[in-house]
Design a protein around this ligand. Structure first.
Ligand code: IPE
Ligand code: IPE
Ligand code: MG
Length: 236
């Protein structure tokens, strides 16, 4: 390791994008791209756990993704169902799984599965895995603002006490280290409403690889890139 390299990222965010293009490239239906993407997700989670990443937040379904065709939305929801049933209930599981996002628009069986997984994994000592489903960064900020307003209305705090620390404590990721690295495969270079608050000083790494083709080696490369950056946080 060169002396100029900075430390490993503690918290990585991934926008798992490119499933549809991968499917088209392989002459398959979009749902096959999502299914393959779910497999890659599993591999990458395990890899992050193995290399000692503290927190991983993955974008699985955005507040805007409801605007896709009913067929595609239901295919994604079915993959989620299947996946949630068997992905994280192995004997000796160490990953702590959390779901972030809205909970008022998902089917009740999916909500129960999420709740179940969160409950059984709550005290696991390993990687904190946040799976963003029906998640939007703007929605998260609005939610925090509403909660702060209610605290003021209830007299628990004064308006003056609303500060960055308070808003941060009202985000979904308050239990995690700050977001260090935001990774987007698929060639798109935009944030698409992901972790807007948390991105303040995250390092962005974009890669051309489509998510279903993504491997632990790609993650290693992104981490290397991260470690070569000079993070200044507004200082000199
Ligand atoms: C990401 O892949 C998965 C979701 C948004 C649910 P896409 O479905 O966006 O794939 P592309 O961007 O069309 O290739
Ligand atoms: C972002 O990807 C959402 C997820 C990967 C879950 P999109 O494919 O929805 O984003 P845009 O439409 O390219 O901005
Ligand atoms: Mg996309």
């Amino acid at each position: 390791m060169s002396s100029e390299q900075s430390s490993m990222p503690r918290h990585i965010g991934i926008i798992m994008d490119g499933n549809g293009r991968w499917a088209a490239k392989n002459g398959l239906p979009r749902s096959a791209g999502h299914a393959r993407g779910a497999e890659v997700f599993r591999t990458i989670c395990r890899y992050c756990e193995k290399i000692g990443i503290e927190a991983l937040t993955v974008y699985a379904f955005s507040t805007e993704n409801w605007s896709r065709s009913a067929d595609e939305v239901s295919a994604i929801m079915n993959i989620l169902r299947r996946y949630l049933r068997d992905a994280f209930n192995q004997e000796g599981e160490t990953i702590r799984v959390r779901f972030i996002g809205r909970r008022d628009r998902l089917d009740s069986d999916i909500l129960s599965l999420m709740q179940e997984i969160e409950d059984v994994s709550r005290d696991n000592p390993g990687l904190i895995l946040n799976i963003a489903v029906d998640y939007g960064g703007r929605d998260e900020i609005v939610r925090a603002a509403k909660e702060a307003a209610e605290m003021v209305a209830d007299g628990r705090i004064t308006a003056d006490e609303i500060d960055e620390e308070l808003i941060d404590s009202l985000t979904f990721t308050s239990c995690c280290p700050p977001l260090d690295l935001l990774l987007r495969p698929s060639g798109e270079e935009r944030i698409s409403n992901f972790m807007l608050w948390q991105c303040a000083y995250a390092e962005f790494v974009y890669m051309d690889t489509l998510w279903p083709d993504f491997t632990p080696e790609h993650l290693d490369r992104a981490i290397e890139e991260f470690r070569s950056r000079n993070r200044r946080f507004g200082g000199r």
